[in-house]
Write a protein that binds this ligand. Structure first.
Ligand code: FES
Length: 548
């Protein structure tokens, strides 16, 4: 309901703004053309129902924006989102004087704020205000376009018309500004300018003594708007100092525990912890890229509201799948993301996760060597601590190189690259992932020097090829993983690292897909069970041999 109201009021405001800008563009024709276009394009908005719709939409839209800022549990967001919120807060402050001199002056001082009057007021009366209104125009248009972009980008048809929309989004404000400037210059260059301005003021029923009290209110009104825009941020600060009571925790598949401030969504909590998580629509419940499977605590979650229910129905989500941006955990909750952090709108349209699709992916297997020996030399609690540190570092390396954690197996894990983007990028990311893992392992060995009986070592196997990718595992614990020859070969390459005394073995197919310069690498061929052909591989002696 709230999301719909926000979209509907935003559309009303954008329609008005479009009419307003097109009206400005007529300034390129003539002053008279402006006046005629003003009557046609803005006449409807000046009727009592039109004015009420506009004012109501503005108040609701602005109010909902303040509410959403307060309700967000973290201000971590993309630059685009920050731009949209920032521009939205700026608009009322920028247009306060314009509203006061037109709509308010019309109602309370009997002025007819026709276009000539506005141009005369801005270009002759107060050129500074004229410049501010030009800035306001650009800011408001930018805000509206960003809103429309977030609203439409989850639609399958959006990509097809995106270029046309960008063209329109640029042409309208540019011609509007040109028209506004042209009209201003036409007035300024008028030989009999003072007389003309007098005529315009007369026609607009302008009376200085009636308008003056309104302008006296401008400063306090502007101040009030600034205070209002700052209010949700101040309220957040106060809220942040209140005791939370028992903190709720999100349990993630990498073993991480993310605290959830009271009332926060799972998405906000995950992002606040610094972990990337897909959210193409910015948490509006439209794209479904933030989908997660609830592994623990599902019964204590509030059921999906209408918006979430519809989104889940659209992707035919299995039981236990929820949108991270819509659930607000009130007790500990185990969740696992179903799409990689890099998922885009296209992945958001896939059904219930990745539905058993054959895909070219790069698979990376990693295994910690000597974990049995570690168990013999350290207490079980210490081994667990070391393993958890190890997995934490390895999953960070996967996440920072656009990989997707896909499987855990005691002292190793599997990561998939190329689930989104091109297979070539996926192969290159996998190589970067291997380098990042070895670099993080070095740091970990340094940090745990006093605890470790010997430095930790790993073996990494990487292969590129076709695999069946999809949500797998028991019904209540499915994650996006992959099966097939490619996966088996990557696992086999990892086991060969130890006997070959190298940290990384990658297949020739991976090197070729990543366009890796292999001069200087040791080539070899290995037989693989179930395949007639051996697999060509490269032995990588250290992480410096690969591009970081
Ligand atoms: S972020 Fe788009 S539905 Fe959750």
């Amino acid at each position: 309901m709230i999301a719909r109201l926000r979209s509907a009021t935003g559309l009303v405001l954008m329609s008005f703004l479009t009419c307003h800008l097109i009206n400005h563009a007529f300034g390129l024709v003539s002053f008279e053309a402006l006046a005629i276009a003003h009557k046609i394009l803005l006449g409807i908005w000046r009727t009592p129902p039109g004015s009420a719709l506009l004012a109501g939409s503005f108040l609701i839209h602005f109010g909902l924006a303040l509410r959403s800022i307060y309700r967000r549990r973290t201000l971590k967001m993309s630059l685009w989102e920050a731009g949209q919120i920032g521009s939205g807060l700026l608009i009322p402050v920028l247009i306060a004087e314009h509203i006061m001199g037109t709509a308010v002056a019309e109602d309370f001082a009997g002025i007819d704020p026709n276009y000539q009057y506005v141009v005369a007021a801005l270009w002759v009366g107060s050129p500074t205000s004229g410049a501010i209104q030009a800035v306001a125009l650009v800011v408001a248009w930018l805000h509206g376009c960003l809103g429309l972009h977030f609203w439409m980008r989850v639609q399958p048809w959006y990509e097809n018309i995106r270029r046309t929309l960008i063209f329109i989004a640029v042409v309208i404000p540019v011609t509007a500004l040109a028209g506004y400037i042209s009209a201003g210059f036409e007035l300024l260059s008028e030989l009999n300018r003072d007389h003309m301005v007098q005529q315009i003021l007369l026609q607009a029923h302008f009376q200085a003594e009636k308008v003056a009290p309104l302008y006296a209110l401008l400063r306090p009104v502007t101040l009030a708007l600034i205070v209002l825009a700052a209010a949700p941020f101040a309220a957040r600060l106060v809220r942040g100092r209140l005791p939370y009571g028992n903190r709720v925790v999100l349990l993630l598949p990498d073993g991480g525990k993310v605290p959830v401030p009271a009332g926060a969504t799972a998405l906000e909590a995950i992002r606040a912890s610094g972990r990337p998580h897909a959210a193409v629509c910015g948490g509006r419940g439209r794209c479904t890229t933030c989908r997660v499977r609830i592994l623990e605590g599902a019964s204590l979650l509030a059921p999906p509201d209408e918006l979430e229910k519809k989104a889940l129905e659209r992707i035919k989500a299995l039981e236990g799948v929820r949108l991270a941006c819509q659930i607000r955990p009130t007790s500990n909750l185990g969740v696992t993301p179903l799409l990689p952090p890099t998922a885009g709108a296209k992945e958001g349209r896939q059904l219930g996760g990745l539905e058993g699709e054959e895909k070219r992916v790069t698979c990376l297997f990693i295994d910690m060597r000597g974990s049995t020996k570690l168990g013999e030399e350290k207490l079980p609690y210490d081994v667990l601590f070391i393993l958890n540190q190890f997995f934490s570092e390895m999953t960070k390396a996967v996440a920072e190189t656009n990989g997707h954690y896909a499987q855990f197996n005691g002292d190793g894990l599997m990561a998939l690259y190329g689930l989104t983007g091109t297979p070539e990028d996926g192969a290159r990311d996998a190589l970067r992932g291997a380098v990042a893992m070895l670099r993080r392992l070095d740091s970990l060995n340094e940090a745990l020097k006093s605890e470790l009986p010997f430095p930790l070592q790993i073996g990494i196997g990487i292969h590129h090829g076709d695999a069946i990718v999809g949500a797998m595992g028991p019904p209540q614990a499915q994650i996006t993983s992959a099966i097939g020859d490619t996966i088996n070969i990557a696992a086999r390459l990892e086991t060969l690292t130890k006997q070959n005394g190298v940290p990384i073995i990658l297949s020739r197919e991976t090197a070729k897909t990543a366009s890796l310069n292999t001069a200087g690498f040791d080539p070899a061929s290995i037989p693989v069970r179930g395949r007639d052909e051996p697999v060509d591989i490269y032995l990588i002696p250290n992480r410096d041999a690969l591009p970081a």
